[in-house]
Design a protein around this ligand. Structure first.
Ligand code: KIV
Ligand code: ZN
Length: 513
């Protein structure tokens, strides 16, 4: 099967659109994550744009093993020199040089004639070839470029030594059949096209970036430029996860494969979203929080009968766990019974109809019902039987001091013994959670933290709601206090108590088996 190379520009096109730029350290973490995904080419930055950018391209080039590392350069010597400098010790360097070729850009941005633009492209490619063998040339705004001009500049750039020719839809203007036709034309009309790989780089202004990139693949493109989560200029770039999973899921149509380890997609998406401080829209294809969550009763029932009914790819294939059911008031009895059986409750040990009535009442109030809510409704334990109770909390923090928390907790399973622990952390909340971890002997992974003021004024009661994960199960906890650190510690302990209860159930289940 033909390979489509994945060229990731999260660190260049993606980064240039962030409201605050990333540090060298953050860029290195992202580059290592991309290498783990088995991205073929990482565009690490635009070295001439700042000394910091040059340094981060250098660091990535020298430290990240596996992918080709590319630096971006306009078709001018100074830019190419900066790229060459940043990539000089790189085992697999690429210089990516570009110039605009559309009428509108040539006339009103570059203010040059077409011949001059072609000459600049040729000179840039030849100059870059003095430093590296692997030179990519891009015709910026190719989507709006006259076809004769496009074919001419592509032919000349290949003659000058470009090994990859990139056809960007810089302003996300084209639609599928049209962009596919541009690629087809380039293949039909450029005589030396067999000497280069054709790449595409689509922006998402009309929401067509992934579709256009895929149309290009159907017409012979063998490199897609994209970003994780579709980050990028304006409406973003083509989303890596979308095109990779489309080619993976529809091999029958595309007949191509990529090198991407798809199970790393969601972990990479979450990490990059966090580092870039850019949340992913919940229903975003492939990586959104609800992309694999089944909510309606009909869908949940269908998936339980056969996942194939409503899943065109498995959650596991993108790195999620299999359990993606959202229990809401739209969920039916079947899924509730299924969840309860996974939690260890035999069907004949409770009255499903009566339980379902209670479930609906809670779901109407709460929206989403979690496993621990189901468990609480089973009345195995009530809130008053919490194993751990906090009796004392003292935190210190401030500019120049290390945030520290001292905590006392009573453990009902240890004859009401009061245990004291202290910890430091990344702030008083983190310190308090770490002190709690020390007392109870395990920790949970915080997935979401939300603080709201429940009353007005400076002495407002703060309510903290958290979602945390333990052994692939999600728990939610809440706590309120006029002291927001205490509210956070109470919410965390609330989760810890739910985990303790759940662990008990697992033991009961084990004993039964
Ligand atoms: O969108 C674009 O045209 C670009 C080029 C520099 C490849 O980002
Ligand atoms: Zn771009």
């Amino acid at each position: 099967m033909d390979k489509v190379l994945i060229f990731d520009t999260t660190l260049r096109d993606g980064e240039q659109a962030l409201s605050s730029s990333l540090s060298v350290k953050e860029k290195l973490v992202i580059a290592h994550t991309l290498a783990k995904l088995k991205i073929d080419i990482i565009e690490a930055g635009f070295p001439v744009s700042s000394p910091g950018d040059l340094e981060s391209v250098r660091q990535i080039a020298n430290n990240v093993e596996g992918p080709i590392i590319a630096g971006l350069a306009r078709a001018v010597k100074a830019d190419i020199d900066a790229c060459a400098e940043a990539l000089k010790d790189c085992p697999r360097p690429r210089i990516h040089t570009f110039i605009a070729t559309s009428n509108v850009h040539v006339e009103s941005k570059l203010r040059k004639g077409y011949d001059e633009v072609v000459n600049m492209a040729v000179d840039a490619v030849k100059y870059a070839r003095n430093f590296v063998d692997d030179v990519e040339f891009s015709c910026e705004d190719a989507g709006r470029t006259d076809r004769d001009m496009l074919c001419r500049v592509v032919e000349e750039a290949i003659k000058a030594g470009a090994k990859t020719i990139n056809i960007p839809d810089t302003v996300g203007y084209t639609v599928g059949y049209e962009f596919g036709d541009i690629i087809k034309d380039v293949f039909n009309r450029v005589p030396n096209i067999d000497q280069a790989t054709i790449s595409v780089h689509c922006h998402n202004d009309l929401g067509q970036a992934s579709a256009n990139s895929l149309m290009a693949v159907l017409n012979g493109a063998r490199q897609i430029e994209c970003t994780v989560n579709g980050l990028g200029e304006r409406a973003g770039n083509c989303a890596m996860e979308e095109v990779v999973m489309a080619m993976n899921t529809r091999k029958d149509i595309f007949g191509v494969e990529t090198n991407i380890i798809t199970e790393e997609i969601v972990p990479a998406s979450r990490l990059i979203s966090k580092i870039c401080n850019t949340p992913v829209q919940p229903n975003k294809a492939i990586v959104g929080a609800t992309a694999f969550a089944h909510s309606s009763g009909i869908h949940q029932d269908g998936v339980l009968k056969s996942r194939n009914n409503y899943e065109i790819m498995t959650p596991e294939s993108v790195g999620l766990s299999a359990n993606q059911f959202h229990l809401t008031s739209r969920s039916g009895r079947h899924i509730i019974k299924h969840r309860l059986s996974l939690l260890g409750y035999e069907e004949n040990s409770y009255d499903l109809d009566a339980f379902y009535v209670k479930f609906l009442a809670l779901a109407d109030k709460k929206g989403t019902v979690y496993d621990d809510d189901l468990e609480a409704m089973m009345e195995i334990d009530g809130e008053d039987s919490d194993r751990f109770k906090m009796t004392f909390l003292n935190t210190t923090s401030g500019t120049g001091s290390v945030p520290t928390a001292t905590i006392k907790i009573i453990d009902a399973n240890e004859e009401e013994k009061e245990i004291q622990e202290a910890a430091t952390g990344d702030g008083p909340v983190d310190a308090a959670c770490k002190a709690i971890d020390r007392v109870v002997g395990y920790s949970v992974k915080m997935v979401d933290y939300n603080l709201t003021g429940m009353t007005g004024g400076r002495n407002a009661l703060g309510e903290v709601k958290i979602i945390a994960e333990h052994k692939e199960r999600r728990y939610h906890g809440s706590g309120s206090s006029t002291d927001i650190v205490e509210a956070s510690a109470l919410a965390y302990l609330n989760v810890i108590n739910k985990v303790a209860r759940m662990e008990g159930i697992e033991k009961i289940k084990e004993n039964r088996a």
